[in-house]
Design a binder for this molecule. Sequence first.
Ligand SMILES: [Fe+2]
Length: 89
Amino acid sequence: MEGRTKQGESIVEETEDNTLTRDVGIIMAAQKVEHYEIVTYGGQVSLAETMGLTEATAILSQTPVEEKETDVRLTEIAKNHINWAATNL
Ligand SMILES: [Fe+2]
């Protein structure tokens, strides 16, 4: 996760303020974080399930769902706003 954070920071450092290029990069970096979280939390759900921890499985199962929802929202923002604007300057 630290690597993902550093990647996001480097995007900010390497792009100009208030540019669509920066916005595209930040969205992509954020989606990498979400994907990382989906895999990590999904693995935790699988472990809890394997260990027979029914209540923990049920509680932990919500987190990857929320991460997926965030990823979908980021995709919608990128597709419906930022990407189009960034490629039609
Ligand atoms: Fe997240």
